[in-house]
Design a protein around this ligand. Structure first.
Ligand SMILES: NC(=O)c1ccc[n+]([C@@H]2O[C@H](COP(=O)([O-])OP(=O)(O)OC[C@H]3O[C@@H](n4cnc5c(N)ncnc54)[C@H](O)[C@@H]3O)[C@@H](O)[C@H]2O)c1
Length: 255
């Protein structure tokens, strides 16, 4: 039986460790028949090491989404490798330490601006730098952490995720006419590098132990990866501007 991404060419950002949601998205995408190309930050060597654990080889390209030169050259490099693209996975988030961990009221704008640039604006800048390669029927998929609520410790990543969610809706608005979809997976807490950099992340994650309708395993990024692959596939052909929760159902309950 062929996989749900058979013949698709997918660029995946955000593979840093085996705990990265993007690593699981890449693994599952390859298993489902996709040809995958990875981008790396801060160094290709780290991502190349993790990429060896994927079922198939994957080329790694350096990409810092705040570096305009990197954005300007990425399409040429991807075109040389794959000819075109059928999907992009944006699995990128960052906020400086003083924008996290209960310092919300004191964070300077420079730190807020960095969080917004890396975590939200980059969904647009990355997609548009690859726009010429995206075939009709392509899907852009990003990762959010439910921005409807103010969470403990999450601080300015919250407004950054709210900006990401709104950016995704506007991208859906503007790219729909070209048959390009843009959707997000809203994942529950995963013990990745990004999570570990949030002081007090355990307190935030503990909310799931008490309130999640389904049992939630913070050490398992695979459910989020499966959601990403589903949205990349042809099985959501008329879904765009959507946010699918892969959070054990926590978003649905009040207490
Ligand atoms: N871990 C969680 O609890 C959780 C929950 C919901 C959503 N998310 C989101 O999932 C996505 C992936 O995070 P993760 O949990 O897999 O952690 P991760 O640390 O494995 O991945 C974060 C990635 O962001 C990349 N990155 C940071 N700055 C960058 C830059 N300037 N240019 C390019 N890439 C850059 C890092 O290289 C890293 O690969 C993020 O958007 C994150 O906010 C995570």
């Amino acid at each position: 039986m062929s996989g749900i991404l058979e013949g698709k060419r997918i660029l995946i950002t955000g593979v840093l460790m085996e705990s990265s949601i993007a690593f699981h998205a890449a693994k599952l995408a390859q298993e489902q028949g996709a040809e995958v190309i990875l981008t790396a930050f801060p160094r290709p060597t780290l991502t190349e090491r993790i990429a060896k654990k994927l079922p198939k080889p994957a080329k790694v390209l350096e990409l810092d989404v705040t570096n305009q030169e990197h954005l300007d050259r990425i399409a040429g490099l991807v075109k040389a490798e794959l000819g075109g693209l059928d999907g992009i996975v944006h699995s990128i988030g960052f906020a400086p330490q003083d924008a996290l961990g209960g310092n919300f009221l004191n964070t300077p704008f420079e730190s807020v601006a960095t969080a917004m640039h890396v975590s939200a604006f980059s969904l647009k800048s990355l997609t548009m730098s690859l726009r010429e390669l995206l075939a009709p029927g392509s899907a852009v998929v990003g990762l959010t952490f439910d921005a409807q609520f103010a969470w403990p410790q999450y601080d300015w990543m919250g407004p950054a995720k709210a900006a990401l969610e709104a950016t995704s809706r506007y991208m859906a608005r503007d790219l729909g006419k070209d048959d390009i979809r843009c959707n997000l997976i809203s994942a529950g807490p995963i013990g990745s590098m990004a999570a570990k950099s949030i002081p007090g992340f355990a307190e935030l994650a503990d909310v799931w132990n008490h309130r999640s309708p389904m049992e939630w395993n913070m050490a398992d990024p695979e459910p989020a990866g499966k959601g990403v692959v589903a949205l990349l596939s042809d099985w959501f052909p008329k879904t765009t501007g959507e946010i699918i929760h892969v959070d054990g159902g926590l978003h649905a309950v009040g207490a």
